[in-house]
Design a protein around this ligand. Sequence first.
Ligand code: IPM
Ligand code: MN
Length: 367
Amino acid sequence: MVTQYSIAVLPGDGIGTEVIAEAERVLEAVGDRFGIDFAMRRFPIGAAGVAAAGDPFPEETRAAVARADAVLLGAVGDPALDHAPRHLRPESGLLALRAQLGVFANLRPVTVLPALVDRSPLKADRLEGVDVLIVRELTGGLYYGEPRGREGEGASAVNTLRYSAAEIERVARVAFESARQRRRHVTSVDKANVLEVSQLWRETVTRVGQDYSDVRLDHLYVDTAAMRLVAGPQAFDVLLTENMFGDILSDEAAVLVGSLGLLPSASLGEGPGLFEPIHGSAPDIAGRDLANPIGAIATVALLLRHGLGLPEPAAAVEHAISLALEQGARTRDIAEAGAPALGTRAMGARIAGLIAEAQRSRAPVAR
Ligand code: IPM
Ligand code: MN
């Protein structure tokens, strides 16, 4: 009997639809190679949800993600809705999705691939061997705190930063457990010299750390962390942060690998996981076959490993990505100036082809 998994696919907006088509192509190739049936169904979110149902997180999508084994998302965002009321903004749909799934731990691995060391503006000797896992708290902090909103005539505004010790503890445990699979080092980021929330963060992470005496724990203020992340990224293993700091530091970390278009993420909680590349909808290049699908394809690897518990297919996807890059395949964002570049579809086809090829070369001679 063939195993079947149900994947809710939420392409979203802009380049989201283009990169997700390539992620689906890769999942098909994985299914063929490993004899797994991925039942993928698409549902709208973001501006696409507003267009389809007047809601950035439509009811149909809400119901579908609750039933799925895993959720694969492209990107949300549309400049046409920049000034829409908050409940109609594409980003509100994404935040509601994260909250509904309860995915409090966002894992953002940042690994510099040898083939791309020269694509970063930073010096190569700082980049070799860089392998950081950002663990970002995803369902609390400033993004969700109440009260929030414009006040009075709109001339002032408020957002609320609030964390409970329980919220800090559960994400800290994810960071320590992850560190145990890696180099056993957690760097926790805060602003404890100024913010009470950060003082609670530091106390709580320190207390949780006592359960992990085999893992080294350091604390850095966020400004220092931002500097060290580009000045000496090799020193980091697991970087644990609250929601907003993690959002900022993860875009900064993308500079290490050379392009935001390369980075995947996994958001985990109690129920089905949510898997999305960290890039946005990139309206400036949308619809032109220019986007890099590797972030979305690497996201498929995380979905297989963390969402479905399938480490071998996950490794096959990661191997195909590395191989394509070693063979010189480049999308425009990671190509040298003036060098030829593949479009979104051609890159997706190349990686899917490498997954299928590995299957052919492994097939027994006689059967
Ligand atoms: C990200 C994105 C989102 C975030 C936006 C689109 C709401 O920037 O996943 O990093 O800030 O979390
Ligand atoms: Mn971001």
